[in-house]
Design a binder for this molecule. Sequence first.
Ligand code: MN
Length: 242
Amino acid sequence: MTHWFISDLHLAPEETRITAGFLDFMLEPQDGDHLYILGDFFNYWLGDDVPHPYIDSIKSLLKATSERGVKMFFMHGNRDFLIGKQFCKDTHITLLEDPSIITLNDESVLLMHGDSLCTLDTQYMAFREMVRSQEWQTQFLGKSLEDRLAFANQARDESQKGNAQKEQTIMDVTQSEVDASLTNANVTRLIHGHTHRPAIHDFDLDGANAQRIVLGDWYTQGWYLKVNEQGYRLVDFDLPVV
Ligand code: MN
């Protein structure tokens, strides 16, 4: 049995290469395997009730994958944190809290999207706290699609303007937050995405060997982490030319 991890695909109807790469990738997981999508699967998400043929086609693929015996899990990212119960029900995906602890090869491992680790970005952390509240989400999802779209566009523009002025270190994880998250979870291995800096970092955590595995985004190539009895493999692959 193999565990597959992906994140930061930023799927959207106009992203034909990424979408084709995802369709190819979905042939990999076999019956009995587990697939974890650790956030920012979609480029944005304005609510489960927004109709779109592209969304329907992705949902159908997920459902079919589940029906052939692949167990799938989804964790919210900062772009698709509004994916809700209906989406999970339609696709047979299990929603995971951020953070979550799972067992891989008899070891407890921590999973996160990764945005909550970037604590130096205080502006984003404040925004995150606001939009992750139940009250804000209920109010937002009660708005017309037009109003939701206007908010999303404005938030994206402000974020892009803000990010252009931020130091690169601010956009990466804070090591002290990584250490605290591992210590709180009582584990020594973390898998996350979000930063678009795919790598396997080995470091010391209070005298123990710890590891942080960062998944890659799919802008220029595909990335996945494959975990089985042979260990952990972080793999990149070419997206098909379409
Ligand atoms: Mn992200």
